[in-house]
Design a protein around this ligand. Structure first.
Ligand code: ZN
Ligand code: FE
Length: 260
């Protein structure tokens, strides 16, 4: 039985520990931005590291890799990028690999960065998506066009409704506050925001999310809905012609929210 644990780090990052079988002591880590919290976790729970998985090149996702490798010379699964020379197994869209009897399926999700990938476990309907999709939001668009990133998010939205989403940051509360500005009348969103406010008031994690909930409440997956179009018109004075255009506009608006 698969066990997934969060290691909180920095201001709002989560490094994910994947333990395929709690009866065995080998685990994998996704996006270790620092080594010490991971080493501490392994020591406390008497576990050993079996592999490192990387979604994209940003330092808060790879900063711990070198140190971890000096303790555990394991394989590093990730995308091809000059900024991640530690990767030993290069992965791209539709690649598959097996680790501890888990069958990982790779989904390319360019947009936040061009090389960004997500790791999907079809049997467990579990997704590790780094900074591509967040609970109630998505990563900033640093690389490529709005259309490319919109297509990436559509691939994730097409996963089964009950897929669990393990993203890399605790941004849910601020994401949902923006979402409510976009869709003030969305009842699912109001209910979710209320729930997340309670969780955060108690310093609890808001993850994993699930795909169905994101489709109902995440404005970046709801660019075809009227609410998003009306909101964009109110902000920019123009109605986007396509969903991808609406996505690009919404992402740009949020980049400076609530300053504008
Ligand atoms: Zn990032
Ligand atoms: Fe990040």
């Amino acid at each position: 039985m698969l066990k997934i644990t969060s290691i909180p780090a920095f201001e709002n990052n989560y490094f994910w520990i994947i333990q395929p079988d709690p009866a065995q002591d080998t685990v994998f880590v996704v996006d270790p931005g620092a080594a010490q919290p991971v080493l501490d976790y392994l020591c406390t729970h008497q576990l050993k590291l079996g592999a490192i998985l990387i979604t994209h090149r940003h330092n808060d996702h790879i900063g711990g890799v070198n140190d971890l490798l000096t303790h555990y010379p394991v394989s590093v699964y990730g995308p091809r990028s000059d900024a991640i020379p530690q990767v030993t197994v290069y992965l791209g869209d539709n690649d598959h690999f097996e680790l501890g009897e888990l069958n990982f399926h790779v989904i390319a999700v360019p947009g936040h960065t061009w090389e960004h990938i997500a790791f999907y476990l079809p049997q467990q309907k579990t997704l590790f998506c780094g900074d591509a999709l967040f609970a109630g939001g998505c990563g900033r668009r640093f690389d490529g066009t709005a259309e490319i990133m919109w297509d990436s998010l559509q691939k994730l939205a097409a996963l089964p409704d009950d897929t669990r989403i393990y993203c890399a940051h605790e941004y849910t509360l601020s994401n949902l506050r923006f979402a409510l500005a976009v869709e003030p009348d969305n009842a699912d969103l109001q209910e979710r925001l209320h729930h997340v406010e309670q969780l955060r008031a108690n310093h609890q994690i808001t993850l994993p999310s699930i795909i169905l909930l994101e489709k109902r409440t995440n404005p970046f997956l709801r660019c075809q809905e009227n609410g998003a179009k009306i909101f964009i018109k109110s902000q920019l004075g123009e109605t986007p012609a396509t969903a991808a255009e609406a996505f690009g506009a919404l992402r740009a608006i949020k980049d400076t929210w609530p300053a504008r």
